[in-house]
Design a protein around this ligand. Structure first.
Ligand code: UTP
Length: 290
């Protein structure tokens, strides 16, 4: 069966990033770098690898630098060229004009509300969502794995991973149905459940492919956990009327919205790099007193 291709991705980047204060007072959390690439760059690269062309940033106050990051920095580039420096390092920040679109979420009322702010640009087609503070490392990337699964089953897809049961109450959790390879049917979804009421230990991990109908569900969605308009609640309402599957991501995920996750990602990626891995290993061993 032929399905509409996934051409658009929404990046909700309007959150306040309070867990990283004071670092994120003037700098968006999504611009914090893991080694030398900002978090948003990893997410944009992952979407591009999955064949997605149009990126929609849902931004808020103080987040303009995220757009600047993907603009042409004329003075910088002219000076670098004059000094004979290699400009290819800026290649991932290039965009075809018109393919980076930003909309504003005036008040950070929650992830569901942020997605709803992109409704006019998303229009009437299925679309992807990537949360840049969840760093997904895999080959192929997480969104590419999801797009492949989408061509198989269509409908709505979320990426999931398993965590120790006692950690589930910080996340969206699925009620799993029948499983077939990496695909699991989703029978229910609950945001931040108490540990004893969680239907599984499979948590939603920051990547989604959703049908445009979710925008209509979000339109009337009330506040949920934490007093925020939750995407999980809107998705839960769509279960039953549209196919809904979870894709277990084959790869690693770093929760860069938390400080320890951020440090772990920095260390893991630095250790794997050809240009610095050995040196970083020596430093780490010295610090650990080995
Ligand atoms: P988080 O739950 O990590 O919230 O949002 P946050 O505000 O970024 O960070 P903390 O908890 O205060 O430290 C998950 C994703 O949803 C976006 C965030 O930018 C992040 O990418 N988001 C969240 C919005 O765009 N708008 C919102 O109202 C809430």
């Amino acid at each position: 069966m032929s399905r509409k291709p996934i051409r658009k991705a929404v990046f909700p980047v309007a959150g306040l990033g309070t867990r990283f204060l004071p670092a994120t007072k003037a700098i968006p959390k999504e611009l914090l770098p893991i080694v030398d690439r900002p978090l948003i760059q990893y997410a944009v690269d992952e979407a591009r690898e999955a064949g997605i062309e149009q990126m929609i940033f849902v931004t808020g106050r103080g987040k303009t630098a995220l757009i600047e990051n993907f603009d042409i920095a004329f003075e910088l580039e002219a000076t670098m060229a004059e000094r004979g420096k290699d400009l290819s390092v800026l290649e991932p920040t290039r965009f075809t004009p018109g393919d980076l679109i930003s909309v504003r979420q005036q008040v950070p009322m929650g992830l569901g509300h942020a997605i709803w702010c992109a409704r006019a640009i998303v229009g009437d087609e299925p679309f992807a969502i990537l949360l840049p503070d969840e760093l997904m490392v895999g080959e192929p990337g997480c969104m590419a794995q999801m797009v492949e699964a989408y061509h198989e089953v269509g409908g709505n897809l979320i990426s999931v991973l398993e965590v120790p049961h006692e950690e589930v109450s910080s996340y969206g959790v699925i009620d799993p149905g029948a499983a077939n390879g990496a695909l699991t049917e989703v029978k229910g979804l609950v945001e931040k459940p108490p540990v004893d009421q969680a239907p599984s230990n499979k948590i939603v991990s920051g990547r989604y492919i959703l049908q445009p109908e979710v925008m209509r569900t979000l339109e009337t969605q009330g506040k949920g956990a934490g007093g925020e308009i939750q995407l999980t609640d809107a998705m839960a309402k769509m279960i039953g009327s549209q196919p809904f599957h979870a894709v277990t991501f084959e790869g690693r995920r770093f929760d860069c919205g938390s400080k320890t996750g951020f440090v772990e990602a920095t260390l893991a990626l630095a250790l794997e790099r050809d240009d610095m891995g050995k040196e970083v290993r020596r430093i780490a061993e010295r610090l650990l007193g080995r």
